[in-house]
Design a protein around this ligand. Sequence first.
Ligand SMILES: NC(=O)c1ccc[n+]([C@@H]2O[C@H](COP(=O)([O-])OP(=O)(O)OC[C@H]3O[C@@H](n4cnc5c(N)ncnc54)[C@H](O)[C@@H]3O)[C@@H](O)[C@H]2O)c1
Ligand SMILES: [Zn+2]
Length: 357
Amino acid sequence: MNTLQSINYPIHFNNIAAALNQFIKQGNYSRFFILTDEHTVKHCLPIIRDGLDQTDNFDIIEINAGEESKSIDFCVGIWKMLIDFGADRNSLLINLGGGVITDLGGFAASTYKRGIDFVHIPTTLLSQVDASVGGKTGIDIDNLKNIIGTFTQPKAVFIEHRFLQTLPARQVRSGLAEMLKHGLITDAAYWEKLKNSDLENLSAELIYDSIAIKNKVVIADPTERGLRKILNFGHTIGHAIESYSLEHDENPLTHGEAVVAGMICEAYLSHQKSGLSLTAMEEIINTLLGLYGKYELDEATFPMLNDIMRKDKKNQGGNINCSLLSNIGESKIDNICTDEELVESLKFYASLEYAKA
Ligand SMILES: NC(=O)c1ccc[n+]([C@@H]2O[C@H](COP(=O)([O-])OP(=O)(O)OC[C@H]3O[C@@H](n4cnc5c(N)ncnc54)[C@H](O)[C@@H]3O)[C@@H](O)[C@H]2O)c1
Ligand SMILES: [Zn+2]
């Protein structure tokens, strides 16, 4: 479990200091910059800095933590810092953080001086199993998630299990949602193994397996022309719920929590439209509700959620496109869903009985 090969870059596991040092040395970079947020600068930077051979030719760029930073204003802030620090085209940006840092840092680097090299050191479970692999970079505009971005592959990714020790439990569960999704869309055995594991102490092996699933999909379809769309299971409705929650809730849902609500709605749609059996649908819903509970959705919000789905960048020709399941471990892309069907799935979700333990 040392290295996985992705599209055109390696994903290194554990003992990442040695791999990072070697990477920096081989790249012959003039300077390097480490993008952090207020949490990763405290919890993760020391681990990286202690292992670095070169200690004099880098600068730290620190931004606020949270999705609000994934904006054009923060991107401009990073570009200006790079200019102020004299970053030339032979500079390297090291993105040390969760998905916000890897998406934003990847976008800033892929556009600065028409593109400088960047690597990801994902420090949340979600960014390890999902955001750091596959080359999607991006920022949000208002409540439209990832509406601006590029497909640009990092030069390398470094995965370190140790970072998860300081990650709040709620953030671990956010990443777990994507791992469960990986099982649901491609690998019934993995879903079974994962849901029966000690979810409070996720093993490095389970994380590796999840990354390997995502990696296999993005290698087969780097720019999401077909197969890669299966990764969107739960995300058409999940993104709408996430955007809504970010704007309206005092304590908004994490990405994973919103995707779980989306996966429940889309499991219902899968049963209606793409052949998922009732038993499988119930197994998925019971497992997810048992792990995550239920987000209270008021019927009055459905038109607004539907409106957000209409603006989803995955839509084509005015149709809302969902990736659905045909079985546990099997999925089907390009299922056109009508507004009525989507609203019906929200209604179904809202009607689910869930007794808090
Ligand atoms: N590019 C992709 O393919 C892709 C895929 C999935 C998600 N995403 C994006 O990822 C973002 C969500 O990522 P996220 O869930 O990692 O959120 P995040 O980056 O906001 O991190 C969550 C929180 O954890 C903190 N944190 C990070 N590492 C820590 C550590 N080791 N110890 C303690 N605290 C730590 C962060 O400071 C932040 O407060 C969303 O914007 C989503 O759109 C992108
Ligand atoms: Zn996701």
